[in-house]
Design a protein around this ligand. Structure first.
Ligand code: HEC
Ligand code: HEC
Length: 203
């Protein structure tokens, strides 16, 4: 008798849980961060998620600390000796936008999004530690004078940032890898981190 009661309780708790979580979590939630619901992120965890994305080649390739854009998951130097040039938009004969159009070219493998260009040198992150990157990102001296509010808008709406989740195919026709969490999760993590005042751990 008692066993039946216990089983009933377990079953109804299970059913409750299923009804409560009305949305199926994305696949990454099972494989990468099974214990975390993005809605219940702590500031530290939100920071980690944001930084995991920033460190990904889809972002880092445009945020070098030298003058050369990078390509691919191995972040090799851009073909054709491309370099920052004046104003981060390439050389006058071969501006970034000569090849990089408003959208991905799925035939040639040239990625594209509006106002394609290299992040200014002060916004370079490559080779820096996570906390150094975060500090650079938050500092109006290096981030192009952006307030926290403007940074949130930039990271959740800018076309170059969002391109990372629609990265097209490379020159060999192979789909580029996306950042480790979904666009939706990234936006929530950014908002959470800034809601909490964007704390940066010391290490
Ligand atoms: C002559 C044409 C051309 C010019 C000019 C050019 N690119 Fe590219 N770019 C390409 C091609 C082609 C690819 C795709 C290579 C691949 O992925 O196989 C590419 C890929 C990239 C990538 C790689 C994306 C990734 O995450 O793998 C970045 C970043 C990039 N270009 C930035 C720039 C910047 C910034 C400029 C201007 C300073 C620029 N490019 C100028 C042709 C060009
Ligand atoms: C095609 C190149 C390109 C890609 C890809 C790219 N960025 Fe940027 N990023 C830029 C440029 C250019 C600026 C400067 C824009 C400005 O100041 O208005 C910038 C500026 C920023 C800034 C402003 C503050 C600062 O200090 O850097 C942030 C934050 C940022 N990018 C985040 C990202 C994230 C996150 C990703 C990937 C999900 C990403 N970017 C991918 C080119 C790129």
């Amino acid at each position: 008798m008692n066993r039946i009661v216990v089983l009933l309780v377990i079953f109804s708790l299970g059913a409750f849980y299923l009804i409560g979580s009305n949305k199926e979590p994305p696949l990454e939630a099972y494989t990468v961060i099974p214990e975390v619901k993005i809605d219940s992120l702590t500031a530290e965890r939100a920071y980690e998620e944001v930084m995991n994305v920033l460190m990904h080649p889809r972002c880092m390739n445009c945020h070098p600390t030298d003058d050369i854009p990078k390509q691919g998951m191995d972040r090799h130097p851009h073909y054709f000796g491309m370099s920052r040039g004046k104003e981060n938009k390439g050389f006058s004969a071969t501006k970034c936008a000569t090849c990089h159009q408003e959208a991905n070219n799925l035939n040639s493998g040239v990625p594209g999004a509006p106002h394609w260009s290299l992040a200014p040198a002060s916004m370079g992150w490559q080779g820096l530690s996570r906390s150094e990157i975060a500090q650079r990102l938050l500092d109006p001296e290096t981030n192009g004078g952006k307030s926290h509010k403007e940074l949130v808008t930039h990271m959740t709406e800018d076309e170059l940032v969002l391109w990372a989740w629609n990265p097209g195919v490379d020159a060999n026709g192979i789909p580029r890898k996306k950042p480790p969490i979904s666009e939706e999760e990234f936006k929530k993590a950014v908002e959470k981190w800034f809601d909490e005042g964007a704390p940066v751990p010391s290490k």
